[in-house]
Design a binder for this molecule. Sequence first.
Ligand SMILES: [Ca+2]
Ligand SMILES: [Ca+2]
Length: 108
Amino acid sequence: MSLPKSENGSTLENAMQLMIQTFHKYSGNEGDKYTLSKAELKELLTTELGNYLGSAQDKEAVEKVMKDLDSNNDGEVDFTEFIILVGALTVACNDFFLEYNDKPEKKK
Ligand SMILES: [Ca+2]
Ligand SMILES: [Ca+2]
C-alpha cells in the first residue's frame, strides 16, 4: 500500500490520513463516491474493524450500526458520520486501556 508523501507527518497526522484513505477505499466502490452504502459499510466494518466488531458480520448488526451512524437519515454514511464511529470506538479502547493500567500490577 502506498501513501502520498507522509514521511514528514507526525504519527497523529499519519493516523488521520489513514482514516481518510480507509474511508475512501470503501466509499468509492458503488453509488456516491464520498459516502458509504450499507454494503460498503459492511465491508469496511468486517475488513477493517473485524477485531473490535466481530459481530458486525451478521446482517442485523450492520443495519443497527448503519441506523446509529446515519444521523441525517439519507441511507448512507458520510465521512463525518464515519468518524463519529471511529471516535466512539477509540474512546472505548482508551477506557479499556486505562482500566487495564489501573489494575494492581503485582497480581498474578
Ligand atoms: Ca459509495
Ligand atoms: Ca448519512
